[in-house]
Design a protein around this ligand. Structure first.
Ligand SMILES: [Zn+2]
Length: 252
């Protein structure tokens, strides 16, 4: 285990790079959700809750190391839109780097309680269709956003869930949700024979910051971007999307 990984987790890109190096040096193969998971395999999953830009940063770090991951995007978020040109270009870049792109699905947008399987599959299919418009080769796998209890260990007809028993219970599962790795190092119990690792790009940055600080950073960045968009479109009446893409891509 490398120094950085043996130490406490810092939510920095540097620490994340050392973590990737450690997994790669340990000989793990990085798999996708449409392959059987065998000993020595890691499923590296990214749920993009609010920062496509950080997702791209991680995607480049992974590609530099020959690592592949699956990036899951929301199509119902008020925080980013995969059909907005800068994000659309970014999604294509992730695919060109060799990563998979799939749907991050929020049940909370559609259902107060547990739906029937048919109702769920229909809504998932609708959103997969929307995401597929911006992907070259969308993954069939779906990850649930803030998953309710009823999705754990379940399998569904028509799509692969990252919380199916074979990805969630029959292998080690390490998620960084709410930065919980600060008190629960993902490799503290040693390296498992096979595992799924969930990393939320929005929780990471150049400098370490707490969960609440990270949320505040993104809130401020979002407010700045919204103000700029409104000014440019409606006050300055500039509709040059390429120019807008240039500066959105550095902080989306
Ligand atoms: Zn999520």
């Amino acid at each position: 285990m490398t120094e950085a990984v043996a130490d406490a987790v810092e939510f920095t890109f540097d620490w994340y790079g050392s973590f990737l190096d450690d997994l790669r040096d340990a000989g793990y193969r990085f798999r996708t959700y449409d392959q059987p998971v065998e000993d020595g395999d890691v499923l590296l999953r990214h749920d993009v809750d609010w920062s496509p830009r950080n997702a791209l940063e991680m995607a480049r770090m992974e590609a530099d190391r020959g690592v592949t991951a699956t990036y899951f995007f929301l199509v119902t978020s008020p925080l980013y839109n995969p059909h907005h040109r800068p994000v659309r270009l970014l999604v294509r870049e992730l695919e060109e780097l060799g990563h998979d792109v799939g749907l991050h699905f929020s049940t909370h947008q559609h259902f107060a309680g547990e739906p029937t399987d048919d109702e769920l599959v229909d809504r998932v299919r609708d959103e997969q269709t929307a995401l597929a418009q911006v992907c070259e080769d969308p993954a069939n796998a779906v990850s649930f956003h803030r998953p309710p209890e009823w999705v754990f260990r379940e399998s569904y007809e028509g799509f692969t869930s990252t919380y199916e028993r074979r990805f969630f219970e029959e292998i080690d599962y390490h998620g960084d949700s709410n930065q919980r790795w600060r008190g629960d190092h993902p490799l503290a119990g040693g390296r498992a024979a096979k595992m799924q690792v969930l990393v939320h790009p929005g929780l990471w940055g150049d400098e370490d910051a707490s969960f609440v600080e990270r949320l505040r950073e993104h809130t401020n960045s979002r407010l700045d971007r919204t103000a700029r968009f409104l000014d440019e479109q409606f006050v300055e009446k500039q509709y040059n999307i390429d120019e807008y893409c240039e500066h959105v891509r550095v902080d989306s």
